[in-house]
Design a protein around this ligand. Sequence first.
Ligand SMILES: [Zn+2]
Length: 537
Amino acid sequence: MSYTALYRKFRPADFEDVKGQEAIVTTLKNQIRAERIGHAYLFCGTRGTGKTTVAKILAKAVNCERPVDGSPCNECAVCQAINNQTSMNVIEIDAASNNGVDNIREIIDEVQYSPTEGRYKVYIIDEVHMLSTGAFNALLKTLEEPPSYVIFILATTEVQKIPITILSRCQRYDFKRITIDTIAERIRELADKERIAAEEKAIRYVAKAADGSMRDGLSLFDQCIAFYLGQELTYDRVLEVLGAVDTEVFGKMFGYIVKGEAVEALELLEGLIIDGRELLQFTTDFTWYLRNLLLLKTSDMATDMIDAATEQLEALKQDSLLTDTDTLLRYIRILSELSNQLRYASQKRVLLEVALIKLCRPEMEVNYDSILDRLRKVERQLADGVAVKPPVKEGEGQPWLKNGEDSPIRSLESLSEEAKRALAEAVSEDLQAIGRDWAAIMAMLSPALNKMMGTARPVAGEGNMLLLQFEDKMEKDFVDRPGHLEEIQNVIQQRLQKEIKIETRYVGAGEEKTGSELDLRNIMGILEKKVPVEYED
Ligand SMILES: [Zn+2]
């Protein structure tokens, strides 16, 4: 069973079949009926919105021997010649490959001869923004004084690149992105004509994926049909063929991240992996989705810069209200770093999971913007009347990780110099002083206690508390015995004239220290080291 692509088979032959550009079609038909045809038209708009299709129908309509209500009859000799591409009256030029002065001069030479059949010579110049400056200048001369039998139709996806001198000579028509409804309707119409069974949801998905382009919609549908030739096209099959993730998934993922629901985010990811989605593609698309949210938040003009149909835009606007600009920037930074890593990584899944956890749990990162993000989270919780939970401590487990998985917490060693310095600066002066005088403090302890403090690592605890981490359980138990912590406190008080609370914690031998716990003994070294300030882009 052979299959002819719907896009080729059903290219609109008259104005009635052009979907989603009603205003433009009506204006053009009125001009043809009133015989008030212009000599230069500029059709602008994104790809697949019908610019060249309408240009060809217009070319037929102005030459047709028996036009019906402004539309070509498609039956007369002239119409048929144009449909069969044998007419000398319709000349199509792709400016992307013919952009030089010579190409335009050729046209200008031809323009001098009136048509041998029909009434008008129609020049359709596609991707006209690709013309060189010289070519534009040559074209301009003809546009200024065109022979009465010549019509230029310039089509472009990038109208901002067209010189103003050209713009001012043309009647401009802006082709809109086509709505999901219109694309879906057209696909349904053609599927019925071809007796192709397809689920409504499948068609909607394709229409949505087409992102405003009828041509993309039909060719995506063609792809799916070709893959499941002779079978019903279901939603699941469409997703499978297109290998892409529905934008709804991004909304869902974003919701989980904003709420800090790491388990849900990882489950969603797992579903995508089982479905065979491409993780790098997912990351790129998700970053793009966040970029759109950011644009919507920061600019009133964003709607023009976002490549999404109206329906998607509304959902995006709702999502953009869920968080603030800085948080979005942090998300985008983490994901951009991730895309770079994913390109060369073999463990893509693990990397993506770690990134999602980082997004959900700013407390696991130790740089400036994640600290701000943590603050905002706390503020939001306070505003919502939610009791703020202390960060998860070691030993209490990390509930978002499954058993046996490595902790994604970064070790201190992997921190940049700036991050280490920021951490050191966040430590109170009292604790800094303890770090500086640690050797002296140790020397003032009784010999037994001094010996058992051998592996103790002084770090900054919550609220100006000194936290002692032990790799040896026996040593920790010894220090915990009555009187021993008091002895350390007394020594510190004698030395620094400060009363400091102390807490002990067993961290296990060789266990990775968390990045947020900086060894106080290193603080002075870090603070005194001159670090050039560098910002990530
Ligand atoms: Zn005709």
